[in-house]
Design a binder for this molecule. Structure first.
Ligand code: FMN
Length: 178
């Protein structure tokens, strides 16, 4: 089992594509570093077996969790996540849903924080245009924001920058990373 579990939910494939691009970035450092899982086919035991988690979620249905995450979260409602370090990335559409941009990132972060997890990988809101977001906290998103609908040209550079940031913030021992 790898040190980091990357779990994604995706209804039309964008988050899945981003998740695999992210895994490719980590693989360049160490192909054994990250396991990738679709949350729609993940057991609680699999999810809870990682100390370091990366969770990818798009916002759907105007401010809601993506379906597979919505189905999964109640299964871990009583879980103790105090030893978990979690980085979240979210997909959304700032032009089409400017009042709910990346809301699911905020909802997921809240659920993990309630269970005692440490959320890392916060990301500046600079460069995005939106009105409101449950993902925003003190001028930052509670994870990486990706907009494949409005800013697809920025996706690859955002992924590259964020994966480096996340590895630093996870503080995984150097020998595991390289
Ligand atoms: C019906 C519908 C509702 C959406 N609601 C939101 C929303 O509330 N906030 C947001 O940021 N994006 C919203 N989006 C945009 C999706 O999150 C975006 O297209 C994302 O890339 C989809 O990811 P997926 O292909 O992994 O499911 C919505 C898209 C659709 C079609």
């Amino acid at each position: 089992m790898a040190a980091i579990g990357l779990f994604f939910g995706s209804s039309t494939g964008h988050t899945e594509d981003v998740a695999y691009e992210m895994k490719t970035e980590f693989d360049k450092l160490n192909p054994e570093l990250v396991d990738i899982h679709n949350i729609g086919a993940t057991s609680v035991e699999q999810f809870m077996s990682y100390e370091y988690l990366i969770c990818g979620i798009p916002t759907w249905n105007t401010g809601q969790l993506q379906d597979d995450w919505e189905f999964f979260l109640p299964k871990i409602v009583d879980a103790d996540m105090t030893t978990k370090r979690i980085a979240i990335f979210g997909l959304g559409d700032q032009n089409g849903y400017g009042f709910n941009f990346l809301d699911a990132v905020g909802l997921l972060a809240e659920a993990f924080l309630e269970k005692g997890a440490d959320i890392i990988g916060l990301w500046s809101t600079d460069g995005y245009q939106f009105n409101e977001s449950l993902a925003e906290y003190e001028g930052k998103f509670l994870g990486l924001g990706i907009d494949e609908d409005g800013q697809p040209e920025l996706t690859t550079s955002r992924i590259k920058q964020w994966t480096v940031q996340v590895l630093k913030e996870f503080k995984i021992q150097q020998e595991v990373v390289s």
